[in-house]
Ligand binder design. Structure first.
Ligand code: ADP
Ligand code: MG
Length: 669
């Protein structure tokens, strides 16, 4: 296509020439120049799109009989002009849809794709096998084709749409006369030996020749079998077969002629994998189906396949991906399950089918009990769905518990990717909290690795009748939190909870193995075991400190609720704790982040009575309770306590000045 040709065509036929977005272009560039041995995956991508379009059409046909068709995908290979055409009778696309879906790459998708490539340190020549995963599968056509023509017709449109591009930054789009419903994609294959189609093709990039012949019937058969065998619609191809002449009974005539005939061969088995018995399915089949479903280039980390019989009748084939997808925590996360009714695809992302906290589970649920003539809306209201959801949830919980017991390493991997999701279950599915608690893995003060709550219970000290935890922002800050000094000294293990969801989780869980979960930075610590007389500050401490405490309380009354002598500090001078039953800082911040303003909760400043700085202040206050310096020192103590938590200071510059002043006067002595 030369410029002139396009321009004149534009005038006559209203051909619109549009440019790809920069993002799309970058991706195309990568695709065309990639030297990648698995170019063949383009076929999987295009067949998967055709299959999606057929799924949609078949679903619409449930309520619109005029759409009913003999659903199929047909491959047409032309060796002479070196093209491969993929025809489906699915839903097709409108003019605007072609621009939206084919002319543009979903921004999130392509950005995530670029990010992944970067993260893997790959640039040009990167693995395009990742392409499909990010919803940019159509473009894989340009790995093997130097030109692509797409023609598409929707059921009710009075015209078809033709789209064409050489992947060179632009595409042409126009309305054309009505065609049969569906989409036809023709690939002009990239190959050095292929006859040149256009004489103005000289500058086309043929540097990356296809090593495979994608017009070869054997090759196409092999690829369909390998990647797309379980597509639920026939994928057919016309092949030449020698047929022997037969007599009336169908027997081959001994003296008959044999002649060459064109027959339409179905290349895939169309077996719905999930309806088979798990013992009859091979690992490889599970893997390929997973790829088909998810476009993930990695193998799943876990597969779960079962049939439910009796009162309910349904099957499920579920997978856990190896890695969390980039949009796991987006605002409206999608569920990963597709619902089928008697093998007919109904819809994906049905909220009623699986709880949100298991949204990372991918797969298929096929029910025989739901009525087939349904719309998405009515299926969502069906009373069967909550029953399936309940059973499915229990099944997953017990499956993960088994995995935890049988293959700790695998479970830890799963936890690293999806643990945060599972923790959301405490909030959304509190009735299952005890079962979910068994799935938890936590960091603690005494272990380098992850522990289950039961393991923490098994290690508890004699006389310890609570489980202690500390929430915060960062694991490292929590490890060294002053609030934990006494716990460490007494050898009491504390669970460290650095994630925002943890606060809600412990709030809902409340107890484990009949032990209450208590925050290490809230209320008084009374029941730490092994308290020895030597550690305990003399009983008259409170009296000796009364002057200092009263003075500091008055000075800091805007910021703290009380100033007290601490039982949890051994090394640090101060720390902040919440009142028993009070809202923690973590919770406060979370509520704020969710836009729910709440009055800031004042906390309690605890002083370490055995720390030299505190003892010196005690004596200063005893000498002169009005001493000006007590005001400065008091604020410095509060700032120190905040710093130790990694919390922001009210006035960091002033704190810095005061520290410098204190250093100056200390060094001057
Ligand atoms: P994805 O399939 O992940 O959405 P693709 O790049 O493979 O990404 O396809 C982009 C979109 O183009 C599809 O979502 C679909 O809307 C549309 N599309 C592609 N091929 C077809 C087809 N054969 N029939 C109808 N729509 C199609
Ligand atoms: Mg696709």
């Amino acid at each position: 296509m030369t410029k002139t040709k396009t321009n004149s065509a534009q005038a006559e036929n209203k051909v619109e020439t549009r440019s790809f977005q920069a993002q799309t272009n970058k991706l195309l560039d990568l695709m065309i120049h990639s030297i990648y041995t698995h170019k063949e995956i383009f076929l999987r991508e295009l067949l998967s799109n055709a299959s999606d379009a057929l799924d949609k059409a078949r679903f619409e046909a449930l309520t619109r009989p005029e759409m009913a068709s003999h659903w199929k995908i047909k491959l047409i290979a032309n060796k002479d002009i070196h093209t491969l055409t993929i025809v489906d009778n699915g839903v097709g696309m409108s003019y605007d849809e072609v621009i939206e879906h084919i002319g543009t790459i979903a921004k999130s998708g392509s950005e995530a794709y670029a990010r992944t490539l970067k993260a893997q340190g790959q640039g040009e020549g990167a693995a395009p096998d990742l392409i499909g995963q990010f919803g940019v599968g159509f473009y894989s056509a340009f790995m093997v084709a130097k030109r692509v023509i797409l023609e598409t017709q929707q059921q009710d449109a009075d015209h078809a749409v033709r789209w064409e591009s050489a992947g060179d930054g632009q595409y042409q789009i126009e309305r054309i006369a009505k065609l049969d419903r569906g989409t036809t994609i023709t690939l002009f294959l990239r190959d050095k030996d292929a006859p040149k189609l256009d004489n103005d093709d000289a500058d086309a990039d043929d540097s990356v020749a296809n090593e495979q012949d994608f017009t070869d019937a054997w090759e196409l058969r092999r690829l369909v079998k390998k990647y797309s065998d379980f597509i639920a619609f026939p994928i057919t191809m016309d092949v030449e077969k020698w047929e022997n002449e037969r007599d009336e009974d169908g027997n081959v005539k001994a003296d008959g002629k044999s002649e060459q005939k064109i027959v339409e061969e179905t290349l895939n088995s169309m077996q719905a994998l999930w309806t088979r018995q798990p013992s009859q399915v091979q690992a490889k089949e599970y893997q390929e189906f997973y790829r088909h479903l998810t476009r993930d280039w990695e193998e799943p980390s876990d597969t779960l396949h079962f049939h439910v019989e009796g009162q309910q009748e349904w099957s499920a084939l579920l997978y856990v991906p190896k890695r969390a997808p980039f949009d796991l925590f987006s605002r409206e996360p999608r569920r990963g399950l597709s619902l089928y009714i008697k093998r007919v695809f109904i819809a994906e992302d049905i909220k009623e089918l699986i709880p949100e906290y298991f949204r990372f589970v991918k797969g298929v649920v096929d029910s025989a009990d739901l009525p087939l003539n349904v719309s998405r809306e009515t299926v969502q209201q069906d009373r069967m769905l909550p029953l399936i959801r309940k059973r499915l949830t229990n099944k997953l919980i017990s499956h993960f518990k088994d995995l935890l017991n049988k293959d700790r390493a695998a479970y830890e991997q799963l936890w690293a990717e999806f643990g945060q999701c599972i923790k959301e279950g405490f909030h959304y599915d509190a009735s299952n909290k005890d079962k979910l608690a068994d799935l938890l893995l936590v960091r603690t003060t005494t272990q380098s690795g992850l522990s289950t709550l039961q393991e923490v219970v098994d290690r508890k000290k004699e006389g310890q009748d609570s489980l202690y935890y500390l929430t915060g922002d960062k694991l490292e800050t929590l490890q060294d939190a002053p609030q934990l000094e006494m716990f460490k000294k007494r050898g009491v293990e504390v669970i460290l909870l650095p994630e925002p969801v943890d606060e809600i989780m412990v709030g809902v869980l409340e107890t484990f193995a009949e032990l209450p979960l208590k925050s290490a930075s809230r209320g008084d610590v009374q029941d730490l075991p092994e308290e020895t007389a030597a550690e305990t500050p003399p009983a008259d401490q409170d009296e000796a400190y009364a002057g200092l405490l009263t003075r500091l309380k008055a000075l800091l009354s805007d910021d703290v609720q009380d100033v007290k002598i601490s039982k949890r500090l051994t090394d640090s001078a101060v720390c902040l704790v919440s009142q028993e039953g009070g809202v923690s800082t973590q919770m406060e911040r979370m509520m704020q982040a969710m836009g729910q303003a709440m009055p800031p909760q004042k906390r309690i400043l605890e002083l370490n009575p055995l720390h030299p700085a505190i003892m010196a202040l005690r004596d200063l206050a005893a000498r002169d309770n009005e001493d000006q310096r007590l005001g400065d020192f008091g604020e410095m103590l509060l700032d120190q306590a905040l710093l130790a938590e990694g919390a922001p200071l009210k006035n960091p510059a002033r704190f810095a000045r005061r520290v410098a002043d204190a250093m100056a006067s200390a060094a001057a002595v």
